[in-house]
Design a protein around this ligand. Structure first.
Ligand code: PBG
Length: 335
């Protein structure tokens, strides 16, 4: 054939391929989500093989292991005792609560590790919603904000570096920025759950925290989060959300879930100069684990390919339960 262009010329050898590789993965791209509980055991999570609820001492060891693999940031989620859950979720700003204690321990043991937190009521709410639910079943926007601001400040006081407002309701970033600044935490960053979709991919996470929406009283409880999380059909709306978060002072924008929303990552990358994070959520993790357990896919190859796709779409950071495995595989690939 008489061809001028033969793209295969640059695919001939591993050396050539790596020379022209556009994107790559590094352990410092990863944010490692971890579940904490009050007990003294390490409890495996059924739908998330390889992930556990950690007690505080075990959490410290796991975070040290992650640091040793080159991971620079962890995000903490609490499995709150049912007896502490209330309609207003006030346990979220208890300075002696599970999350502030976990942050303090980690900062003492490993001060260099970046600690990210999640700001929302769902792990603390007996209704399983991210905000307070009114007597007629409305998830309240403005009435919830004071609780979230207090939660953010308590987390910052404990030593959190990045605060993650995750309830997908209106005016969160601005109000939390103001509350942090008022208390002298202008150095604490906000990683906003900017485009968080009302997704079935969060199932295993809600099992891990026992935080799915549910009715425990006679109050009507909306069965899903679609009055605040985004409609999976919408892309333009994500840009509006990103613009609002930027105006309100977000430092990093996040898209969640990841794999089914690569187009959203790509669009936000074009719209904003801020760093963008992708959340490779629990359901995405569970699907890979289940198929790998059956021997239907090669877990290592599928995970690294998936994580790379987030970088290609435009993400700078990836929240992933695969973080430690992926960091180890990357290291092995180098030698
Ligand atoms: C709650 C929150 C959720 C996740 C992170 N923060 C669940 C939800 O919105 O119901 C999901 C993460 C995952 O599925 O891995 N504010």
């Amino acid at each position: 054939m008489d061809l001028t262009y033969r793209p295969r010329r640059l695919r001939r050898s591993p050396a050539l391929r790596s020379m022209v590789q556009e994107k790559s993965l590094s352990p410092s791209d990863f944010i490692y989500p971890l579940f904490v509980h009050e007990g003294d055991s390490v409890q495996p999570i059924g739908a998330m093989p390889g992930a556990s609820r950690w007690h505080l001492d075990a959490l410290i060891d796991e975070v040290k292991r992650a640091w040793g693999l080159g991971i620079k940031c962890v995000v903490l989620f609490p499995k709150v005792d049912e007896s502490l859950k209330t309609e207003d979720g006030a346990e979220c700003f208890n300075e002696k609560g599970l999350i502030p204690r976990a942050i303090r321990c980690l900062k003492q043991e490993l001060p260099e590790m970046t600690i990210m937190t999640d700001v929302a009521l769902d792990p603390y709410s007996c209704d399983g919603h991210d905000g307070i639910v009114s007597s007629d079943g409305i998830v309240l926007n403005d009435e919830t904000i004071d609780f979230l601001c207090k939660q953010a400040v308590v987390q910052a006081q404990a030593g959190a570096d990045l605060i993650g407002p995750s309830d997908m309701m209106d005016g969160r970033v601005g109000a939390i920025r103001e509350a942090l600044d008022e208390e002298g935490f202008e150095h604490v960053g906000i990683i906003s759950y900017t485009a968080k979709y009302s997704s079935a991919y969060y199932g295993p996470f809600r099992e891990a925290l026992d935080s799915a929406p549910r009715a425990t009283t006679t109050k009507i409880i909306p069965k899903d989060k679609s009055t605040y999380q985004m409609n999976p059909a919408n892309a333009r709306e994500a840009i509006t959300e990103a613009q609002l978060d930027e105006q309100e002072g977000a430092d990093i924008l996040m898209v969640k879930p990841g794999l089914a929303y690569l187009d959203i990552i790509h669009r936000l990358r074009q719209e904003s100069e801020l760093p963008i994070a992708a959340y490779n959520v629990s359901g995405e993790y569970a699907m890979v684990k289940a198929a790998a357990e059956k021997g239907w896919i090669d877990e290592r190859e599928v995970v690294l390919e998936t994580l790379l796709s987030f970088k290609r779409a435009g993400a700078d950071l990836i929240l992933t339960y695969h973080a430690c495995d992926a960091a180890r595989w990357l290291m092995e690939n180098k030698v």
